[in-house]
Design a protein around this ligand. Structure first.
Ligand code: GDP
Length: 400
């Protein structure tokens, strides 16, 4: 699979937008969110800049892996192919747990799809319910990853039939929640359906996973999983990871089931934009118009030892370029963008422009904080943002 792409090739995909997906991973604590994202990063997360040759690409890979150990990136872009078509999948970091500041909700705001990770033995837990509910409330489409399937064999010693029963029970529970929390328009369309392929069964730790369609196509099933874990050595388990790699299973499902930004923004903007929907700005966002006025939501501000403060976020309309004057809605101040870059794997590479529907990293916005909304400065009087300034709901104490 040609994983090594140039900045120009990735930018061409970003402009196509049918080839872009914006996703995050959400889970109850300990169900495997970190292990799952590490697997995606290790196996599919390397997009090499400026190099076409395999040898150069491998050198780059080494450098990137070394850097990856010290700098754990909040956002990564993955390259994956389905039916010989290439896609850019932006994996955006969501906080590990829900806190009182609504931070999970804030990062969900820039996603169109979520991978909900559930431990096969523990099943749906309280935080699974919380993060799934928040995802549905933001109109972020969930797909399901039932992780730690090895435990069903090694700890519970279940046979293939009993395993399927247990897994179907989890799917039923997730669907009950979708029934409870999704809005009427999305309830039926967004239910998890194993036969369609929007649930992956696997083990992030052992690097294998499959959906029902993938299992049929490759002729691998639960009997092979049981054989791998009851074998005297790891040969069969390693084979399983080769035959049905977890990154392929998850990224295939993401590409097939998570909507592209143009489709998603039609129904997401009315939900997440706190402002008038009838002006030029909102209309450009509703159609993810890359020629419209710039609107971007910042989800993350980080200090880069070489570059200074890096603002990362999603461009909802227009095209972000260096040297643009933008208005910071919360800070109530104009600022000028300096450098603009895109994530290539875990590192950033300079870009001349990042169009609507994508994730951009921008320098020069030192007055921004995460949660900030950037607008084309000409529209600063339109009064809209992705997050009201007093968004944080704090308990109100009244003294009688
Ligand atoms: P997080 O809290 O959701 O980020 O969970 P982690 O990814 O840190 O995983 C929690 C624990 O579960 C760690 O000890 C992992 O090694 C373990 N774990 C992750 N994936 C699997 C798996 O597929 N099978 C088993 N048995 N353990 C796993």
């Amino acid at each position: 699979m040609p994983r090594y792409k140039t900045v120009e090739q990735i930018l061409a995909l970003m402009k196509d937008r049918t080839r872009v997906r914006n996703i995050g991973i959400i889970a109850h604590v300990d169900h495997g969110k970190t292990t799952t994202s590490d697997q995606l990063l290790a196996s599919a997360g390397i997009i090499s800049p400026k190099v076409a040759g395999e040898a150069l690409a491998l050198d780059y890979l080494k450098v990137e892996q070394q850097r990856g150990i010290t700098v754990k990136a909040a956002n990564v872009s993955l390259y994956h192919e389905v039916d010989n078509k290439g896609y850019v999948i932006n994996l955006i970091d969501t906080p590990g747990h829900v806190d009182f500041s609504g931070r999970v909700t804030r990062s969900l705001r820039v996603l169109d799809g979520s991978i909900v990770v559930v431990d096969s033995v523990e099943g749906v837990m309280t935080q699974t319910e919380t993060v799934l509910r928040q995802s549905l409330e933001e109109r972020v489409r969930p797909i399901l990853f039932i992780n730690k399937v090895d435990r069903l064999v090694k700890e519970l010693k279940l046979g293939p039939q009993e395993m399927m029963q247990k897994l179907l029970g989890i799917i039923r529970e997730v669907n009950n929640m979708i029934d409870m929390y999704a809005e009427p328009d999305f309830k039926e369309r967004w239910k998890i359906n194993p036969n369609a392929g929007n649930v992956v069964f696997g083990s992030a730790k052992d690097k294998w996973g499959f959906s029902v369609p993938m299992s049929q196509k490759k002729g691998i099933g639960m009997k092979d999983v049981i054989a791998a874990y009851t074998a005297p050595d790891k040969t069969k388990l390693n084979e399983l990871a080769q035959q049905v790699p977890i990154d392929e299973a998850l990224l295939d499902a993401v590409i097939r089931f998570v909507p592209d930004p143009v489709e998603a923004q039609k129904y997401r903007i009315p939900k997440i934009w706190k402002g008038d929907l009838d002006n030029e700005l909102a209309k450009a966002m509703l159609s993810a118009d890359m020629n419209g006025p710039v609107v971007m939501m910042i989800t993350d501000m980080k200090v880069d030892p070489h570059a200074g403060l890096v603002a990362t976020g999603r461009v909802f309309s227009g095209t972000v370029r260096p040297g643009q004057e933008v208005w910071l809605v919360n800070a109530k101040t104009p600022q000028r963008t300096l450098q603009v870059s895109l994530y290539m794997g875990q590192t950033r590479e300079l870009a001349e422009e990042i169009p609507a529907g994508n994730i951009a990293a921008v320098l020069g916005l030192d007055k921004a904080r995460s949660g900030e909304t950037l607008l084309d400065v000409r529209f600063k009087d339109l009064q809209g943002s992705f997050e009201r300034l007093h968004y944080v709901s704090e308990p109100v104490v009244t003294i009688a």
